[in-house]
Design a protein. Structure first.
Lengths: 324, 324
């Protein structure tokens, strides 16, 4: 079994080698741009790691793994457009660097390219892989729809929030692992357990993201700290704080939420203090640990020697205790 | 072999029976809306007709045929958004009835649904069908990109225009026919000839569309006559008129194009007269007949009894001599 960094290298190399049709440039340049902005490449790495549990030669999984990374970047491209986000990984987003129509159409083309790469799965498992991928892709759209609807609602519950991040983020990690397992000929029961492992890691990963956005180290975190707080984004922290606040805490929190003109640092400081005092931070950390534990339990049940599973266990820990 | 109308009925029934996830409504209602706006359903009908050339039972082709219709409607949804079109088939477009983000995300979900339906192709031919479909889908994006780029250019040539409509419109008709043929086990040579038949019919079909937009009977044509002329849309007619005009005709045509404030009926009348006088109309009709002839020649070569091919021949003629 290779090291995680070697899988990453395979993916980075393969992304560089993607050949784009030469014309029209206006369609394919934005795709190349967003795919080369970087990122952790977690999804395709998970696919390769999962496949390597069952097969020495993971060549068959590389194209489908790339398909998942292309699909993930397509969702970022269209989500940034819908959210009017101007920056992504320190660079202008596609609809800013080009324009809205370019973002729409290049995104559409990326979705097709994602299917082209997933479609290079060996024929014997193609129907199963296609069904898994389409199901997952549709769930991700559902997650984004809920995310947008939640922006306009004041009564989003924790259960609804968790279902939203499950759809928007977690299922693709589950899919990545299951896809590698299917392609490499894993037993169905293992493929399902690896899906559960990925889905729970995905939930923990997103809760970690919510925490980092508030409590991250500004020197290490890729984005500015406090973005969610400035935008009143309904994260696990905000929903829980509103639920658990006493009357006076609730009043202060609602005042900050309703202010349109505020000093960012003061708001960040005040809301962070409320996340601490109401126990929202502790609750979010607890929930994150809970999903991490569920993930580990799923991995425990995968019918392989413990030493084969250690790389996945390590990656999961790194994702949980990351600083960016 | 069934009549064309029976294939249409199968498709209409199947569209009605598509089951959508119950939630989130905001994602799936717009999809249901656009799929039920109607339309000729030419693409899925072509798939079924093509399959029926080689198989009595065309059940295997129904889901993939629906996938093509869903994909076609997805392109209409996103194209209408990019073109800021407010009406489609006499009803408000999705971004008008809902909003831009809904149009983006529901469109994305439709593209996935299209792949889900195409993915229900029998496993034995799934890799081939997936490759054909993805290749075609990407070409359609390329066609839309060229269409948008041409709006900003003044030097679009007839060759470029024909390549644009080939990509944007014709390849999907070719794909529809070839897909049915592949699924029904046609010889490769026939599948290719049926693609050529569809592609050439598609080119003739689009030139007919350009003609109808100017010369159509207002009582029969679904849209308002003259839309292309009011918007200076670079159609075969306009490009040819500019190429073939003498100095004074060219001056009049360019004057009309540059006017931002004009009486629509006067512009329609004047530009139509120029299309007649410069021979642009005759040239467009000639080109349309040329592609129709190429289509018929491809169909001639399909290795089947003439009586089996008569339904396709009839449909092609109806598309060419249609009034809407």
């Amino acid at each position: 079994m290779r090291e995680q960094s070697q899988y990453l290298e395979i993916i980075q190399d393969s992304i560089k080698k993607i050949s784009y049709p030469p014309h029209p440039k206006g369609l394919f340049e934005p795709i190349q741009y967003i795919l080369q902005l970087g990122g952790k490449r977690i999804r395709p790495v998970l696919t390769l790691m999962s496949a390597s549990l069952y097969q020495e030669d993971i060549t068959d999984s590389i194209a489908p793994a790339l398909g998942l990374e292309i699909f993930h970047n397509f969702t970022l491209l269209h989500d940034d457009l819908m959210d009017k986000a101007e920056m992504r990984r320190g660079k202008p987003t596609v609809h800013i660097k080009w324009d809205n129509n370019t973002a729409i159409l290049s995104g559409d083309a990326m979705q097709i390219m994602a299917y082209q790469f997933v479609g290079r799965t060996p024929a014997s498992v193609l129907p199963q892989v296609m069904e898994l991928f389409s199901q997952t892709a549709l769930e991700i759209c559902e997650g984004q729809q809920y995310d947008m609807e939640f922006e306009k609602r004041d009564d989003v519950t924790i259960v609804e929030y968790l279902e939203m991040i499950r759809l928007k983020t977690a299922v693709l990690l589950g899919c990545a692992l299951k896809m590698g397992a299917i392609i490499a000929g894993a037993p169905d029961s293992d493929a399902k357990l690896l899906y559960d492992f990925g889905e729970n890691i995905g939930l923990a990963f997103q809760l970690k993201d919510d925490l980092l956005d508030v409590y991250g180290n500004p020197d290490l975190f890729g984005k500015n700290i406090g973005g969610d707080i400035y935008n009143n984004k309904k994260t696990y922290l905000l929903i829980t704080a509103l639920n658990q606040a006493n009357e006076s805490e609730s009043q202060i929190l609602r005042d900050w939420i309703s202010k349109t003109d505020f000093d960012p640092q003061s708001k960040l400081k005040a809301v962070t203090a409320l996340y601490d005092e109401t126990g929202a931070k502790a609750s979010c950390e607890e929930k994150m640990e809970y999903y991490f534990k569920l993930a580990m339990e799923a991995l425990d049940k995968v019918d392989l020697d413990e030493n084969r599973k250690s790389a996945l266990r390590l990656l999961a820990k790194e994702l949980m205790y990351r600083e960016n």
